[in-house]
Write a protein that binds this ligand. Structure first.
Ligand SMILES: [Zn+2]
Ligand SMILES: [Zn+2]
Length: 166
């Protein structure tokens, strides 16, 4: 995501991008959809305020039943480029960058990529009531009811059941 920012008029500008996950070096198995971004740029004097919203789909297995699911992601990234060369380059931070005199463009690929990766969900459950896999036969208990379930019932409960029916 490279944007020519120097030389733009003061005020607001909008840019739209649709990019392949490979441009972001994202794992193909996890990201197969395009990354769709809207960039809002505000030019104020020597400063360029950028706000990026990036949407994509993240594919991952459910932690419980291991079925693949697709998670819609929307990531916001903000940063500022400045032409203010009185700023000490040593103090350049990730969200405040100095636009060198010989450059016209802002490359947002890395910061968007990093932001996407740190915001990946840690827990992935396909549905609240996902029953997961049977610990004995490995069957997906959302789809089938395997016979192992009976064996799992505590024998003491069996005794209680008998009492109730009597
Ligand atoms: Zn699940
Ligand atoms: Zn089972």
């Amino acid at each position: 995501m490279i944007i020519k920012i120097r030389g733009l008029e003061e005020g607001e500008h909008t840019f739209n991008f649709e990019e392949s996950p490979s441009e972001y070096e994202l794992e193909k198995a996890r990201f197969s959809e395009q990354l769709v971004s809207e960039v809002r740029l505000d030019v104020l004097g020597k400063n360029y305020y950028l706000k990026v919203t990036t949407g994509t789909v993240y594919k991952v297995e459910c932690d419980r039943c291991l079925e693949e699911m697709a998670i819609d992601m929307s990531i916001d990234t903000s940063l500022v480029y400045t032409e203010d060369n009185t700023l000490d380059p040593e103090h350049q931070e990730d969200d405040l960058r100095i636009l060198p005199a010989n450059e016209d463009t802002a490359d947002l690929t890395d910061i968007v990529r990093q932001n996407l990766l740190v915001n990946l969900p840690m827990k992935n459950i396909c549905m609240e009531e996902c029953k997961g896999l049977c610990s004995q036969c490995g069957a997906n208990l959302n789809i089938v009811e395997c016979k192992c379930i009976d064996d799992k019932i505590d024998p003491r409960w069996e005794a209680l059941k008998k009492l109730k029916t009597n």
